[in-house]
Design a protein around this ligand. Structure first.
Ligand code: HEM
Length: 201
């Protein structure tokens, strides 16, 4: 199975092809750009959940699949960043092509709060290389990736949560977001319990 940086290369190629396909399908217009915005948000969600739950899942359900996921956590995270920067690029394309539709679909609050997620995505992707991770140090790296991961999780929870009342399609996406948090929290509580158990006299 494809893994490592090759996985990032293959997924980036597929994401770029998918985005161009969606933009081109209705005829290179704002509607196509909007399809690409939605599609990249969804690929980002899947890749983010895979990276975000990798360590927790291998602890809770050890298997060949979860071990592959854990080994490729870094590459799934970088692929998520690629997908989400394409999301940003097509959002900017929409703002240029159809400014009034852009402001119908978003507002200043979303731009500031969801835009801040890009600070974490960029910082987490930039520190996903051995040399940059070593430069940051293990403590700071863990803190950045913990806080950043949950900030991005909240961004997905808000973006999907506000669409749930509009369309039943968003229910399974909301379930996926919720399941990711539950898996992480269960693994964290189990780890804490083990540590308390070890430190008892
Ligand atoms: C500057 C920041 C951002 C802006 C301006 C923005 C804007 C948009 C727009 C215009 C749409 C399409 C709405 C439609 O066609 O109905 C969209 C969809 C979406 N965005 Fe973003 N976005 C931003 C960042 C983010 C971030 C950080 C996340 C999550 C981490 C996110 C997750 C989503 C999701 C889940 C959707 C829904 C996709 C669907 O319909 O299935 N966005 N965004």
């Amino acid at each position: 199975m494809t893994q490592g940086w090759r996985l990032v290369g293959v997924l980036s190629f597929l994401l770029a092809a998918m985005t161009l396909g969606f933009i081109a399908s209705p005829g290179w217009d704002a509607e196509g750009i909007r399809l690409a915005i939605r599609a990249t948000a969804r690929t980002s969600l899947v890749l983010f959940v895979m990276a975000f739950t990798a360590s927790a899942l291998v602890e809770l359900i050890p298997s060949e699949a979860t071990r592959w996921q854990r080994r490729n956590r870094r590459y799934l995270g970088v692929s998520f960043a690629v997908s989400h920067f394409i999301h940003l690029a097509v959002i900017i394309a929409l703002a240029v092509v159809d400014r009034s539709l852009f402001w119908k679909l978003t507002n200043i609050g979303t731009i500031v709060l969801a835009g801040s997620a890009y600070f974490f995505i960029a910082a987490m992707a930039a520190t996903s290389f051995d040399r940059t991770a070593a430069w940051l140090g293990p403590r700071n790296w863990r803190l950045l990736h913990l806080v950043g991961g949950w900030y991005i999780w909240i961004s997905f929870a808000v973006a999907i949560g506000k669409r749930v009342p509009l369309d039943r399609f968003y229910w399974p996406l909301a379930a996926l977001v919720l399941a990711a948090a539950i898996v992480r929290l269960i693994a964290m509580f189990r780890r804490n319990r083990r540590q308390v158990g070890h430190s008892l006299p």
